[in-house]
Write a protein that binds this ligand. Structure first.
Ligand code: NDP
Length: 449
């Protein structure tokens, strides 16, 4: 429990209202814990009921998504959009398509998104959406029909100045294309209502690469400023083999690291010569296959069933880029025992609270998701700017802005932690730096009487 009576009261109310939402409770607890010194130093926060308001979404939309498979059979999935906080800009956050999606998962992601979006320094509020639809094994036409049905309802609640969804697990360029097409058909508007669009219809160069690249820019700055070190010569392990993992691999390699392991939800591959990324891209991006295929194509590589085992592979830098709670305490202890010096979270909340404590107690540099993976949404906001201007920046221009944003996020988080007596604790720093701007805006905008 917290020392502050106010924080205990706020958390007790969230627990009572969201007893069946463990991921959401986990995310709220972590943020409140970091905000304790800020709340103590700023009585205006309690006086304006900021935390009570922050933990309750402004709006939640749950809807039916009926679709027809290739055999004419009708299926019904559940759709979600949580519009969490619009104090500093239109709601912004991805759409996750995965069987594990439920209200708790979408709420935790939407809650985290408020702080992450604020950290980017761009004018975007927090939101998130998705469905428990499983894209695996579906034909292209089935995916298209699902996306169209999903957008048929969602289009009533979003808009370029209201709420701008993007990709996430299971939602890549193909799904965004189908959703955008349906939005346009129904609304007769060509606007920047989604980001992660294809380049031929309003997408931004470097958006595909942004989360993975941004993660590595953040980790490089953290290594430089906190340890006078870099990726050069380091062994790197990256979980996942989706959008974030692939481009984290590319940038980590460019910066001089050697990536020796990657995974998917079935298992992981180890290649001590350094993973051949072209092979991974062919399997995952072109063929939409399984990572185990890699060992049939690259000599000397190994495949192991079970994705959690990837954390037993010895490395200097670990980049979890698959999903939430994928590193537990035991995996964290193994990483520490094997000499890991830095962990950068590409996925959202991939480390359990016990795992985070293990890294921090062992003096491992720890880059929390909210800060370290904010490059994706930052570049989405740059896509929104380009759409508004009806103009496109070059890859180099977007990449330079992304790098600059990630370096600033690191310093803002680092300085906020130091200001509140928690030097080096980037978890606290990211929460505090993200919170301050949102709280300011909420106070300035008042409450409707
Ligand atoms: P993708 O769908 O492209 O890839 C996800 C990867 O993680 C796949 O390799 C997938 O394996 C694996 N995975 C998914 N669920 C699980 C699971 N339950 N257990 C083990 N492995 C799993 O998604 P992204 O790369 O876009 O997203 C990865 C993470 O990064 C997510 O946490 C997302 O929220 C976060 N993120 C993404 C951003 C983006 O710009 N895309 C921005 C910021 C954060 P399989 O193929 O077997 O399903």
């Amino acid at each position: 429990m917290f020392k502050s009576e106010y924080l205990n009261r706020v958390y007790a109310q969230v627990e009572a209202r969201s007893a069946n939402e463990p991921e959401f409770l986990q995310a709220v607890y972590e943020v409140l814990e970091s905000l304790e010194p800020v709340v103590e130093a700023n009585p205006k926060i309690e006086a304006n009921g900021i935390l009570e308001r922050l933990v309750e979404p402004e709006r939640q939309i749950f809807f039916r998504v009926p679709w027809v498979d290739d055999n004419g059979k009708v299926h019904v999935n559940r759709g979600f959009r949580v519009q969490f906080n619009s104090a500093i800009g239109p709601y912004k956050g991805g759409i996750r398509l995965h069987p594990s999606v439920n209200a708790s998962v979408i709420k935790f992601l939407g809650f985290e998104q408020i702080f992450k979006n604020s950290l980017t320094s761009l004018p975007i509020g927090g939101g998130k959406g998705g469905s428990d639809f499983d894209p695996k094994g579906k034909s292209d036409l089935e995916i298209m029909r699902f996306c169209q049905s999903f957008m048929t309802e969602l289009c009533k609640h979003i808009g370029a100045d209201t709420d701008v969804p993007a990709g996430d697990i299971g939602t890549g360029a193909r799904e965004i294309g189908y959703m955008y097409g349906q939005y346009k058909r129904l609304r007769n508007e060509f606007t920047g209502v989604l980001t992660g669009k294809g380049l031929s219809y309003g997408g931004s160069l470097a958006r595909t690469e942004a989360t993975g690249y941004g993660l590595c820019y953040f980790v490089e700055e953290m290594l430089k400023c906190m340890k006078n070190d870099s990726f050069k010569g380091k062994t790197v392990v990256i979980s996942g083999s989706g959008n974030v993992a692939i481009y984290a691999n590319q940038k980590a390699t460019e910066l001089g690291g050697k990536v020796v392991a990657m995974s998917d939800s079935n298992g992981y591959i180890v290649d001590n010569n350094g993973i051949d990324l072209a092979v991974v891209k062919q399997i995952k991006e072109v063929e939409r296959g399984r990572i185990k295929e890699y060992v049939n194509r690259v000599k000397g590589a190994e495949y192991h069933e079970g994705c959690a085992g990837i954390w037993t592979v010895k490395c200097d830098i670990a980049l979890p880029c698959a999903t939430q709670n994928e590193i537990n305490e035991e995996s964290a202890k193994t990483l520490v025992k094997n000499g890991v010096i830095a962990v950068g979270e590409g996925a959202n909340m991939p480390s359990t609270p016990e795992a985070v404590a293990t890294f921090q107690n062992a003096g491992v540099l720890f880059a929390p998701a909210k800060a370290a993976n904010a490059g994706g949404v930052a570049t989405s906001a740059l896509e929104m700017s380009q759409n508004s201007m009806r103009y496109s920046w070059t890859f180099e221009e977007v990449d330079a802005k992304l790098k600059n944003i990630m370096i600033n996020i690191f310093h803002n988080a680092y300085n906020a932690a130091e200001k509140y007596g928690q030097k080096g604790n980037l978890v606290a720093g990211a929460n505090i730096a993200g919170f301050e701007k949102v709280a300011d805006a909420m106070i300035a905008q008042g409450i409707a009487y």
